[in-house]
Design a protein around this ligand. Structure first.
Ligand SMILES: Cc1cc2nc3c(=O)[nH]c(=O)nc-3n(C[C@H](O)[C@H](O)[C@H](O)COP(=O)(O)OP(=O)(O)OC[C@H]3O[C@@H](n4cnc5c(N)ncnc54)[C@H](O)[C@@H]3O)c2cc1C
Length: 465
């Protein structure tokens, strides 16, 4: 029989009267360990994450977020922020502290005259796509519908429209933020522009974003889909993909992947999305489609909202995950050999290795700049170990770590924040490159005590000394 977990948490040392007062003024739901909802509320996408918060504060509005922040401060509680719960390292949850859960704050308003979309901090990509596609618009986000808009946008955000319209954070035009002292600020080009710069790629370091405002783009149908090859064609097709993408127009974003078919057979695939005129797309994609001997070529005109669902198959049961990533300026033949060797040694049919090529509009920051630093023409290699049995954890984690170590001689010092896991503060610093000192100054201004630290953390000056 399932038992409600009884791990002792610091809520037992919180004054009961204070909790009762917090509960009475809080508009949403307060979930505490021992309650019927607790087990479900402390789950995130990655089943390997097993944390026991003292309180999960299900916020209904900005006032709830402010109250939760003030309660955490007054009682010296650790605080974490949960939007979509898809951070692979489980940073949405903290042990023995308060989780500010935004998953009930999902309002989305599309201004189709100005192509501006206002999104509350708890919405997912799928919910955003549903709202924008109804107006034949799209905000450039990521490729898995249940991912949270908030975590993805704050960390940068890459997906099918990246080469045409830039990172998700490049399309941010403003935010409302609850800061560490419980103040609500608007950040955009004219109000608190320094904070706005930091929120565009600086992760959850500066406050809790309750509302995002994005620039959307007219999109209805794209030319897209998967071309699947036998795994033994990987080397030749991957080399072709590398050369082909170098001269591809920005309308085309394409990922390559070494994964398994549903029956467990190892395969290699290229998933492409061309977001310009369909007939031009056919000409652009023709040489790629003509290369090699695919098992199947599913490239066809499809509604963009369907393209957004193609790369993600929801698992029937929750899976354990350990991800690593590497950023490469060049995909040399030697790097491809290392990549194939390690991907072929994957320990689970659920595991995949994905190669994403960026650049185009994402190669340089928009006017005003962004905290996101991994610009230029780049490959992001996602090493995604996924498995079912917890007793196999060490084996899969070892595979992913060895893989990223083997790619290190080919890699840049930094990574894409959204694909980082447990690499540590030093790796986070490298990922921000020359922006790090400016980010540290900003952190010192807006969060001098490092109140928001359950994230890819930027240390404020005092904490760093
Ligand atoms: C299946 C899957 C597919 C993915 N695909 C992509 C992709 O295509 N492109 C891409 O760029 N990334 C992708 N990612 C990575 C993803 O962008 C990050 O994991 C991101 O952190 C998830 O956001 P979330 O809101 O779901 O995270 P959560 O786990 O809810 O939060 C993670 C962290 O984000 C910060 N945060 C979240 N919400 C807020 C907020 N409102 N205010 C301030 N800080 C906040 C906090 O630091 C929090 O700890 C994918 C991840 C998964 C698991």
């Amino acid at each position: 029989m399932n038992q409600i977990p009884a791990k002792p948490t610091s809520h037992s040392i919180l004054p009961a009267a204070a909790v009762a007062e917090f509960q009475s003024e809080f508009g949403g739901a307060i979930i505490r360990s021992g309650s019927a909802e607790y087990e479900n509320a402390r789950k995130v996408w990655n089943a390997i994450i097993d944390r026991y918060p003292a309180i999960i504060a299900m916020c209904e509005d900005v006032e709830d977020v402010v109250k939760a922040v003030r309660f955490a401060r007054d009682h010296h509680l650790p605080l974490s922020v949960r939007s979509g719960g898809h951070n692979v390292a489980g940073r949405a949850l903290c042990d023995d502290g308060i989780v500010v859960d935004l998953s009930r704050m999902k309002a989305i308003t599309v201004d189709a005259d100005r192509n501006i979309v206002e999104v509350q901090g708890g919405a997912t990509l799928g919910e955003l796509d549903a709202a924008t596609s109804a107006c034949e618009l799209a905000v450039p986000t990521g490729v898995a519908p249940p991912t949270g808009v908030a975590g993805l946008a704050l960390g940068g955000g890459v997906g099918w429209l990246t080469r045409k319209y830039g990172m998700t954070c490049d399309n941010l035009v403003g935010c409302d933020v609850v800061t560490a002292d419980g103040t609500v600020l608007t950040a955009d080009r004219t109000q608190n522009p320094d904070l706005f710069w930091g929120l565009r790629g600086g992760g959850g370091n500066f406050g809790i974003v309750t509302t995002f405002r994005f620039q959307a783009h007219p999109i209805k149908t794209v030319l897209g889909g998967l071309i699947l090859y036998p795994r033994d064609q990987t080397k030749e097709v991957l080399r072709f993909y590398r050369d082909f993408m170098k001269s591809a127009p920005n309308e085309l974003t394409a990922y390559a992947g070494l994964m398994s078919a549903p029956d467990g057979t190892p395969v290699f695939g290229i998933m492409a999305c061309y977001c310009g005129h369909i007939e031009s797309g056919r000409n652009v994609l023709g040489p790629l489609q003509a290369f090699g001997s695919p098992i199947i070529d599913m490239i066809q005109p499809i509604p963009f909202i369907e393209m957004q669902k193609l790369a993600y198959q929801p698992a029937e049961t929750p899976t354990n995950n350990y991800w690593r990533s590497a950023c490469l300026d060049e995909l040399s033949d030697a790097a491809i050999d290392v990549l194939i060797q390690h991907a072929n040694a994957a320990r689970s049919p659920l595991t995949g290795t994905f190669i994403q090529y960026f650049g185009g509009a994402a190669a340089s920051p928009p006017e005003g700049g962004t905290a996101f630093a991994q610009r230029g023409e780049r490959y992001n290699i996602c090493i995604e170990a996924q498995w079912l049995e917890p007793q196999e954890n060490d084996d899969h984690i070892h595979w992913a770590r060895s893989f990223s170590e083997a790619l290190a001689p080919f890699s840049q010092p930094g990574n894409l924040l959204n694909f980082m896991n447990d690499e540590g503060d030093n790796a986070v610093q490298k990922s921000f490159g020359e922006n790090y000192q400016r980010l540290r100054d900003l952190k010192t201004k807006y969060d001098p005590t490092n109140f928001f630290r359950h994230n890819q953390n930027i240390l404020p000056a005092a904490a760093a000394e």
